[in-house]
Write a new protein. Sequence first.
Length: 202
Amino acid sequence: MPLIHFIDKPKYTIGIWKVEEQEYNAEFSKVLHPNYHNDIQNYKNIKRKWQIHASKLLFEHLLPGESLSLNKKKPIINSCNKHVSVAHTKDIIAMIIAKFPCGIDIEIANRDPSKIQHKFLNKSDFTSGETRTNLLKNWCAKEVLYKIKGEKSILFSDHLVVTKNGNLFSGHCKHPKFNFKSTIKIFNFENYCLAFNTNYKD
């Protein structure tokens, strides 16, 4: 089974799935959560098709019996009071299902985001970009905050702040139309950096 990591907590569940080419079935993908990327057959990028199909399989594993779909490109769970977020990098899919608005991100641990740091760093962030590791953690944390709302008007450098107290990370979204805070957990999994929020406060 391509499920390579599983976290089960009272208020959230996380699964990490390895994408395998042989598990993709175009006909099965049409009927499995058909409202999640319902135009998947039109995608020209075959690897993107594999990722979407793997996301459907992972959701089915984490929350069988429920229906996954999209609302304005944001994944949602139909007829359920739970929330979902999905992330992918190359052949890895990460998903969180939670009782609160949630976000998740996963990146290759040696990724260097320094060329785009001007797009996401804030003077109030816990790092000024002194190390690539801290830069990546900051980027992942802000991806989590962004995905919680999924609003295109959120600007990483203007509206999102990530602070640190010991080993604990806190995220704050200060958007003109909404404001929220979340505790964010960040850790290395194999050669990946995984980040997700463990709570949500308006």
